[in-house]
Structure formats: C-alpha cells, structure tokens
Design a binder for this molecule. Structure first.
Ligand code: HEC
Length: 174
C-alpha cells in the first residue's frame, strides 16, 4: 500500500521533533548536573543541631551519679598517672596536675564538680574554656583511670595557678 506523500512528511516532522525534544532534554541534563555540584551555586540551608551545641553544663547531672569502677584501685590509679603524661594532660595541667594554662587539679576546687561523674564528664565532653573532649578518642576505661588518678591529686591544699579564663592569679610556685 502506498503511503501518501503528505502523511510521510508529517511523519518525518513528528520523528524529527521527537529527536529534537530528546536532544534538548539531554543537553539540559548535562548542563545542569555539573552546575548543581559546583560549590556556591547551591541554595544555603541552615540545619540546626541543638543537641550538639549545648554547652557541657547543660548535661550536668546526667553523669553525676555514675560511679568510677576504679575508684581507690591503686594499679588503675598508677596507670591513670601514666596516661596523664601520654595524653599530654600534663602540658596544660602541669606536672602532677599542679596547674599551668589549664586549672590546677590539686587545689580541691572544681569548676565543674569533683564527683566521679563530673570529672568523667569534664574529660569525656571537654569544657568550654579550652579543655579538649576526649570521649570517643580514647577508651572509656582509660578515662576512668584518669578520673581515679585526677581525684587523688586534690590533696586539699590551695595551689596558686592561672585560672581557667587564662587570667593570671599570683603564682607562688608549687
Ligand atoms: C589543651 C590544654 C588541655 C589539655 C591537653 C587537657 N586539658 Fe583539662 N582543662 C584544660 C582547661 C583550659 C580546662 C578548664 C576549662 C574551662 O574552665 O572551661 C580544663 C579542665 C579540666 C578538668 C575540669 C577541672 C575542674 O576544675 O572541674 C579536668 C578534670 C581536666 N581538665 C582533666 C584533664 C585530663 C585528664 C586531660 C588529659 C586526658 C586534660 N585535662 C587535658 C586544658 C587542657
């Protein structure tokens, strides 16, 4: 059967426009994809993470009742003393926690509390004025060894040091 010429032409036009449509779409896709991945061309979304930006004190009480499994254990305390040196706690807190850029751990004054849980939290979560957070970087049972050791340092006597905001309080040596 012979197809009339006019139908053939219409068919050809339809086929061509279908191809043209595909091509247009294809070039659009290839044009937009790299643009989207370029930095700075994306709209900026602000994602709130209220859970992550709470100051440490907001969690006060969560740890407070936790007891140190190594409290009073001499071997663990000795290991804690070694960790205190290996993890450079000493660089900020001074030899035997006598105080340096970081506060003294000997003076029996605790800015953030001196219970097992408080001291654990200080080390685990860090404190806002320059105390790094060690949680997840070192094992929890090492933190407990450090807690046990740090607590033995508070001998009750007052040691002059720089306070935790970095302002110098008269230093009389230790
Ligand atoms: C980069 C210096 C730095 C290092 C390293 C560091 N600290 Fe601290 N630490 C500080 C500062 C500064 C503070 C006080 C933070 C504040 O007042 O907000 C502090 C606070 C503390 C507190 C709370 C004291 C209080 O009065 O309640 C404890 C406990 C403590 N550090 C133990 C440690 C231990 C254990 C290590 C080692 C694992 C360590 N720190 C390593 C600087 C440091």
């Amino acid at each position: 059967m012979k197809i009339p010429q006019s139908v053939q032409i219409i068919g050809a036009i339809l086929a061509l426009s279908a191809i043209a449509y595909r091509l247009a779409n294809a070039t659009q896709t290839t044009r937009t994809t790299p643009q989207q991945s370029q930095s700075g061309t994306q709209p900026t979304y602000f994602v709130e993470h209220p859970d992550h930006i709470q100051p440490g004190l907001a969690f006060h009480g969560r740890w407070a009742t936790v007891a140190n499994p190594y409290a009073g254990n001499k071997q663990r305390i000795d290991e804690g003393a070694k960790l205190f040196i290996s993890y450079n706690c000493m660089d900020c807190h001074g030899a035997d926690g006598s105080g340096a850029m970081g506060p003294s751990l000997q003076d029996n004054r605790w800015h953030f509390g001196g219970t097992d849980g408080d001291v654990f939290q200080s080390i685990y979560e860090g404190r806002p004025d320059g105390m790094p957070s060690w949680g997840g970087r070192i094992a929890d049972d090492q933190i407990w060894r450090l807690v046990a050791y740090v607590q033995t340092l508070s001998t009750g006597h007052s040691v002059s040091t720089e306070n935790f905001t970095g302002k110098t309080i008269a230093r009389s040596g230790h």
